[in-house]
Design a protein around this ligand. Structure first.
Ligand code: BEZ
Ligand code: FE
Length: 290
């Protein structure tokens, strides 16, 4: 096209693409460029604003390395990660939620009733529940991974004072679909705000805090894998989660109890539980993958 204008530039972009482009790639790219061009026209984007946006992206690249990916964080704090997640999991099972950057492959396998509190500070929390299908039937052999922050709000990978895989575990459900473990209550957590994302938060009066949460992955053959989080009812950040991960069915009570007789018999660390302790009951409902 020799005479590109405000009105023809989007079509010009599409015309320049080859006919043998993969159809899905072409569709996604077309929509992305259409929306990008419409955004510039609708906002009457100035050159200075465009340059500021490019600096934001450039700064994200500069601060990113093998340990830190500011682009993923941008996707998280703009709600794109959660949106993609919700689009891909519109079903009647337990809601999914963001994976986040602190999942480590290889957490130690512990038995049902196992302990990850060990010598971590904090009140003991007994987390217990069942993995079920949408018809309510128990699912045997489901592998549950759990990871969380310590009382100081840090994951082990952020904190040189914690052992590798501290407050992380894997567990396989038995025939009754049950899982249970003892741990501590995770603390609210601030997403990294010392880079471009922090500037975005400060420029828009947003909080970088995430409400207290337990991360879970639940996987078993025959069902869609579930990546989710369980939040603490009453947490001050439930209505302002920096990464939009909160869903109504993922908010649970940490019920304070002094009833030592109510503790599950199979808790490995039962003798070490002191009164009062917290109890969290949460069932995972998985959707068949057929
Ligand atoms: C987290 O769950 O810890 C997290 C999730 C998304 C971005 C940053 C942190
Ligand atoms: Fe987290």
């Amino acid at each position: 096209m020799k005479d590109v204008s405000i009105d023809t530039i989007t079509q010009a972009f599409l015309d320049y693409c080859g006919d043998d482009t993969d159809p899905r790639t072409m569709f996604v790219l077309t929509k992305m460029v259409e929306h990008l061009h419409a955004f510039a026209k609708e906002t009457q984007l100035t050159h200075a604003e465009w340059a500021r946006g490019l600096k934001f992206v450039t700064d994200a690249g500069i601060i990113s390395d093998d340990e830190r990916n500011e682009f993923v964080l941008i996707s998280d704090v703009t709600g794109l990660s959660s949106l993609v997640d919700m689009i891909g999991s519109q079903h009647e099972g337990t809601s999914s939620s963001v994976l986040g950057p602190f999942h480590s492959v290889g957490a130690p396998m512990i038995p049902v009733g196992g302990d990850i509190k060990k010598d971590n500070d904090g009140t003991t929390v007994v987390v217990e529940g069942y993995v079920k299908g949408t018809d309510g039937s128990p699912i045997e052999g489901a592998v549950i991974e759990l990871w969380q922050t310590a009382e100081n709000g840090l994951y082990y990978s952020q904190d040189g004072d914690q052992n590798d895989f501290n407050l992380c575990c894997s567990m396989t459900t038995g025939a009754d679909g049950r899982y249970a473990m003892t741990t501590v209550k995770p603390a609210p957590y601030k997403v990294p705000d010392d880079g471009p994302v922090g500037e975005l938060f400060r420029a828009t009066g947003r909080t970088p805090w995430r409400p207290s949460h337990l991360h879970f992955i639940v996987q078993v053959e025959g069902y869609k894998s579930l990546v989710t989080e369980v939040f603490a009812n009453g947490d001050p950040y439930l209505n302002s989660d920096a990464v939009f991960g909160v869903r109504e069915d993922l908010i649970m009570d940490y019920v304070e109890s002094t009833d030592m007789d109510a503790l599950p018999d199979d808790l490995e660390a039962k003798a070490a539980v002191t009164s009062p302790y917290f109890k969290v009951d949460f069932d995972f409902v998985l959707v068949s993958d057929t």
